[in-house]
Ligand binder design. Structure first.
Ligand code: PMP
Length: 427
């Protein structure tokens, strides 16, 4: 038995499910989760010392690869000066200036400690700013686990949400309207009926939590128009897409200006960081200059800011995203060729440095299609690749991530593993 197996047994004694975040438990694919010991560049090493080419990258943050020497140096330099002050530091201004520089839609930004805090706070701000309570989200989008956002899709434009987690009060869930991703017609119909009651639309501009589903042309444009027409706030949840699909994030890539943006993952370079920002007019409603309360003991933590700032500096180097995007293209083209050769129905999606793998012959553009892919093929592929030293997301509903340290040789090794695995699936 592997050491991961023993560690998982031990972990389950005092940690619910043995993990501190559910998807890590491998429930979607079965088997014991891999316990990691260390990671470097494109590789992660498990508790037995086995090497994996890592396409999870801590679920997105590790865009520079693991343990990047310059990021580690930036962190080490801050360490000796103290871990946390709960008082302002210059570094917070430097990173705020950098974020505002990279994102023209962001005049002001506040740092928090997770993506969940970022979206939750943006939501409160949108409600406080508009004086409205209802919000619109999309089926299959995940925005962290704040109560208002943990609401299952209702069918039909005006179906009010049902909580999909016990503990979310029904009275709150009723305020969350869940619509179909990439269906602008349904959004327009909903707003035509109750638009003046809706505080905001929150959307993943590329959906990354139902696998990877880019917006169809006109969807994001339509959301912008509808929000302008009804005075609702457009929130782009760029926790995953931010600095992942392009230096200017999804909003730059697609040329749509949101009112508020939630950030996380890459902006912290692997440390617990999130941020939300946007128009000065809206951000000025935030405490201490406005009435909407939001706070955090460890917000803007200097060590975390040092890691985030160095990461933002390195990804700003010219050509970074062209190189990253080309790596993903090579990977996806190679996987498609090998699936086709084995006769396994398969398709892919890509947005810059993130990708989706689907066990269907169709191009996937919505939630229903994503849920109808061949789950057994996915599980067999996941385990076949894991055995061969390639670590993919342990769920068919998660995006994959490539780092700038994934070189041609690593991609080739991945493709060789995939050729064998697809053949085994085809029988
Ligand atoms: N929004 C999106 C789009 C996400 O992908 C995630 C996490 N995967 C979150 C919010 C929540 O972030 P965190 O897990 O840091 O709370």
């Amino acid at each position: 038995m592997s050491r991961s197996h023993d560690l998982f047994e031990a972990a389950q004694r005092h940690i619910p499910g043995g993990v501190n975040s559910p998807v890590r438990a491998f429930r979607g694919v079965g088997g014991d989760p891999v316990f990691f010991e260390s990671a470097s560049g494109p590789f992660a090493f498990d508790a037995d010392g086995k090497r994996y080419i890592d396409y999870v990258g801590s679920w997105g943050p590790m865009i520079l690869g693991h343990a990047h020497p310059e990021v580690l140096t930036a962190v080490r330099e801050r360490l000796d000066k103290g871990l946390s002050f709960g008082a302002p530091t210059e570094l917070e201004t430097v990173i705020a200036d950098k974020v505002c520089d990279l994102l023209p839609s962001v005049d002001m930004v506040r740092m928090v400690s997770s993506g969940t805090e970022a979206t939750m706070s943006a939501l409160r701000l949108a409600r406080g700013y508009t004086g409205r309570d209802k919000i619109v989200k999309f089926e299959g989008c995940y925005h962290g686990h704040a109560d208002s956002l943990l609401v299952k899709a209702g069918s039909g434009a005006l179906t009010f949400g049902e909580p999909n987690s016990p503990g979310v009060p029904a009275a709150l869930a009723e305020l969350t309207i869940t619509l179909r991703y990439n269906d602008i017609k349904q959004v327009r119909e909903t707003f035509a009926q109750i638009g003046s009651e809706i505080a905001c639309i929150i959307v993943e501009p590329v959906a990354g939590n139902m696998n990877c589903i880019p917006p169809v042309p006109g969807f994001l444009e339509g959301l912008r128009e509808v929000c302008d027409q009804y005075g609702s706030v457009l929130i782009f949840d760029e926790v995953m897409t931010g600095f992942r699909v392009a230096l200017g994030c999804a909003q730059g890539k697609f040329g749509i200006t949101p009112d508020l943006t939630a950030l996380g993952k890459v902006i912290g370079g692997g440390m617990p960081v999130g941020a939300f920002g946007g128009k000065k007019e809206i951000m000025s409603h935030l405490s201490p200059i406005g009435p909407v309360y939001q706070a955090g003991t460890l917000s803007g933590n200097p060590i975390a800011m040092a890691a985030g700032l160095k990461t933002l500096e390195l990804i700003s180097e010219p050509g970074f995203y062209d190189r990253l995007t080309a790596k993903v293209e090579t990977l996806l083209k190679g996987l498609q060729e090998r699936a086709d050769a084995a006769g396994v129905p398969f398709s892919t999606n890509q947005a810059g440095g993130m990708f989706g793998l689907f066990f269907t012959a169709d191009k996937v553009t919505n939630y229903e299609q994503a849920t109808q892919c061949n789950q057994e093929h996915f599980k067999a592929f996941f385990h076949g690749m894991l055995e061969r030293g390639v670590y993919l997301a342990p769920s068919a509903f998660e995006a994959g991530f490539v780092s700038i340290m994934h070189e041609d040789a690593h991609i080739q090794e991945t493709l060789d593993a995939a050729a064998e695995t697809f053949k085994a699936i085809a029988g």
